[in-house]
Design a protein around this ligand. Structure first.
Ligand code: AMP
Length: 208
C-alpha cells in the first residue's frame, strides 16, 4: 500500500487485510510498538520518527524480513508503509523472489497535498484501541474514542512542524517507487478522496 502521509493507507490496509484474511503489516505500527515498549529498536527508531525522517533501510529491511517469516504471513499479507525507499523496494523484491511469493499488486492512494495537510492536522488515534479518527481542528486535542471511550491522542509526528518534512521525505524517497512498480505492471492507482467506504470499493474494484 503506497501513498503519502494522511492518504488513508493504514485505514484501508487494515480493512483489506480483514477482508482477505491476511495480516496487516504496518511498519509504522511496529516501530511505535517498539518505542512504547522501550526496546533498543524502539529507542533508535524514535529519533527518526519524531523528526519526520526515515529509519535507516538496514534496520527496516531486517525488521520486515523477520515479520514476513512469521507463520501468519505464509498465506499472504498487506504491507503498509513499506517499502518507502528504492533500496527497500529492491530488498523486498529479492526477499519475495527468494521465498517464491512475489507481490500481486501495489495500491497507490493519491490525495492532493492541501487535503493531506488538513487531514493530518485533524488526525487522532485512540490511546486504548488504536482506532483512527478525524476531528475538526477547532475541537482541540481533547475528546473520546467512539468505539471504546479511550483518550484521543495526536501522534507526535502529526504536529504541523513535522508534517512538512514528512511530505518532502515522501516526495524525495518514496514517490519514485510509483515508477518502479508501474514498470513492473503492478501499480493500481486509486483516488483517495471521498468516504472510507468509497475508497475501499475503488481499491477492491481494482484488485479483481
Ligand atoms: P507511518 O505510520 O507509516 O506514517 O510511519 C511513521 C514513521 O515511522 C515514519 O515517518 C518513519 O519515521 C517510520 N517508518 C515507518 N515505516 C518506515 C519505513 N518503511 N522506512 C523508514 N521509516 C519508516
Amino acid at each position: 500500500m503506497l501513498g503519502p502521509p494522511g492518504a488513508g493507507k493504514g485505514t484501508q490496509a487494515k480493512r483489506l487485510a480483514e477482508r482477505l484474511g491476511v495480516p496487516h503489516i504496518s511498519t509504522g505500527d511496529i516501530l511505535r510498538g517498539a518505542a512504547a515498549a522501550g526496546t533498543r529498536l524502539g529507542k533508535e527508531a524514535q529519533r527518526f520518527m519524531d523528526d519526520g525522517g526515515l529509519v535507516p533501510d538496514t534496520v527496516m529491511i531486517g525488521l520486515v524480513e523477520e515479520r514476513l517469516g512469521q507463520a501468519d504471513a505464509g498465506r499472504g499479507f498487506i504491507l503498509d508503509g513499506f517499502p518507502r525507499t528504492v533500496g527497500q523496494a529492491q530488498a523486498l523484491d529479492a526477499l519475495l523472489v527468494k521465498s517464491g511469493r512475489p507481490l500481486d499488486a501495489v495500491v497507490q492512494i493519491a490525495v492532493a497535498r492541501d487535503e493531506l495537510v488538513r487531514r493530518l492536522a485533524g488526525r487522532r488515534v485512540c490511546g486504548d484501541c488504536g482506532t483512527l479518527v478525524q476531528v475538526a481542528v477547532a475541537q482541540g486535542p481533547n475528546g473520546r474514542c467512539e468505539s471504546c471511550g479511550g483518550p484521543l491522542l495526536q501522534r507526535d509526528d502529526d504536529r504541523v512542524e513535522t508534517v512538512g518534512k514528512r511530505m518532502e521525505v515522501y516526495e524525495r524517497e518514496t514517490a519514485p517507487l510509483v515508477g518502479h512498480y508501474r514498470a513492473e505492471g503492478l501499480l493500481r492507482e486509486i483516488h483517495g478522496t471521498g468516504s472510507r467506504d468509497e475508497v475501499f470499493d475503488r481499491i477492491t474494484g481494482k484488485l479483481q
